[in-house]
Design a protein around this ligand. Structure first.
Ligand code: C2E
Ligand code: MG
Ligand code: MG
Ligand code: MG
Length: 289
C-alpha cells in the first residue's frame, strides 16, 4: 500500500540510517500486528448537555486488546506506535473508524478524535484524511480533532497549514486538557483555528476545594464567550461537580458521572438522557446498557 511505503521511508530517516533498537522492533511488530489483526478498537464517551442530559457529541478513545498483555492504555499504545514509526497509520485508522461510526451513532452529531501533532505536521496525512472522508462518506464537519500535545512538541506554525486545509472542509478543532500542567495552553488560540476548549479533569477535581481552580474555570468561560468558543469540562465524576460546573456556566460535560467510554455496540440508543436522576428514577424507559 502506498501509505505504508511512504511511512516506512520516513521511519528509516527518523531512527537514523535505519538502525533500530530491539524494543523498537518489538513495538513495531506488535503494532503492525495490532493494525493487521484488528486488535485496535475505539470506545466512545458521550459529551452531555448538563441541562437536558442528552449527548451533544462523542469522544472516540483508543483501546488496544493485546493478545498477551490484555487491554493496553491508549497512552502506551500511542507511545508504541510512535516508537514503531506507525503513528500516522494509527491516527488514520482512528479517523477512519470514527468516520464509520459517526453515522451509526447519530448522523447529526460530531465525533471528537484525538490525533497526534506528528500526523498533523504532515501534508500527506491530510491528503489521506481527505480520502477517508470520501471513502466513508462521513461529512468532515462531523469530525472534531482534539489537540493535546505538550508545549515542547506543539509548534503552531508546523501544523497551521494542515489545520487550515482541514478547516476549509469543515473539520473543527479542540484544545484538549486545558489547565493541566502538560497542556500547551490557551496561548495557542492566538495562532490556531480552535472551536472548543476542553477543561482538564484536574481542574474539575480541584474546583470544589481550590478557589484558584474555580477562577481558572471562570476565566476559560469568559474567554469562550468573548471568542465564541464551545467549552467541554472533562472528568466529571460527581453530582456536586456537575452542579458547580453548571453554576459556572459550563454546559457541555464529559465524565464517569454520565458514562464511561463504551464500545460502539454498548452505547445507549439515542435519544436518551444521561442525567443521573432520570436514570435512577427510570424516566428514560427502554433500551439499556
Ligand atoms: P484525553 O483525550 O484527555 O481523554 C480523556 C481521558 O479521560 C480518557 O482516558 C477517558 O477515558 C478519561 N476519562 C473520561 N471521563 C473520566 C472521569 O470521569 N474520570 C477519570 N478519572 N477519567 C475520565 P483514556 O481513554 O485512557 O485516554 C487517555 C489519553 O490517551 C487521552 O486523553 C488522549 O490524550 C490519548 N488518546 C486516547 N485515545 C487516543 C487516540 O485514538 N489517538 C491518540 N493519538 N491519542 C489518544
Ligand atoms: Mg481528548
Ligand atoms: Mg482531555
Ligand atoms: Mg488527557
Amino acid at each position: 500500500r502506498a501509505d505504508t511505503a511512504m511511512y516506512s521511508i520516513k521511519k528509516g530517516g527518523k531512527a537514523g540510517m535505519g538502525i533500530f533498537r530491539i524494543e523498537d522492533q518489538q513495538a513495531e511488530l506488535d503494532m503492525r500486528q495490532a493494525l493487521q489483526k484488528g486488535e485496535l478498537e475505539l470506545y466512545y464517551q458521550p459529551i452531555v448537555d448538563s441541562v437536558t442530559g442528552y449527548p451533544v457529541s462523542y469522544e472516540a478513545l483508543l483501546r488496544w486488546n493485546h493478545p498477551q498483555r490484555g487491554l493496553v492504555s491508549p497512552v502506551e499504545a500511542i507511545e508504541a506506535a510512535e516508537k514503531a514509526g506507525l503513528i500516522e497509520q494509527v491516527d488514520l485508522w482512528v479517523l477512519r473508524e470514527a468516520c464509520l461510526a459517526q453515522r451509526m451513532l447519530s448522523p447529526e452529531k460530531r465525533i471528537h478524535v484525538n490525533i497526534t501533532v506528528k500526523s498533523l505536521r504532515d501534508p500527506y496525512f491530510v491528503e489521506l484524511a481527505a480520502e477517508v472522508f470520501v471513502q466513508t462518506q462521513c461529512p468532515p464537519e462531523k469530525i472534531e480533532i482534539e489537540l493535546n500535545e505538550t508545549t515542547q512538541r506543539l509548534d503552531a506554525s508546523h501544523i497551521l497549514p494542515q489545520m487550515l486545509r482541514l478547516s476549509e472542509w469543515g473539520v473543527t478543532f479542540s484544545l484538549d486538557d486545558l489547565g493541566s500542567r502538560s497542556s500547551s495552553g490557551i496561548g495557542l488560540l492566538q495562532e490556531l483555528p480552535v472551536a472548543t476548549l476542553k477543561i482538564d479533569r484536574m481542574l474539575i477535581r480541584n474546583a470544589q476545594q481550590n478557589p484558584v481552580s474555580r477562577a481558572m474555570i471562570r476565566g476559560i468561560m469568559g474567554l469562550s464567550r468573548e471568542l465564541d468558543l464551545s467549552v467541554v469540562a472533562e472528568g466529571v465524576e460527581t453530582e456536586e461537580q456537575r452542579a458547580l460546573l453548571v453554576s459556572l456556566g459550563c454546559r457541555e460535560l464529559q465524565g464517569y458521572h454520565f458514562s464511561r467510554p463504551q464500545p460502539l455496540g454498548r452505547l445507549r440508543p439515542e435519544p436518551r438522557s444521561y442525567l443521573r436522576e432520570e436514570i435512577v428514577f427510570g424516566k428514560d424507559a427502554g433500551g439499556g446498557l
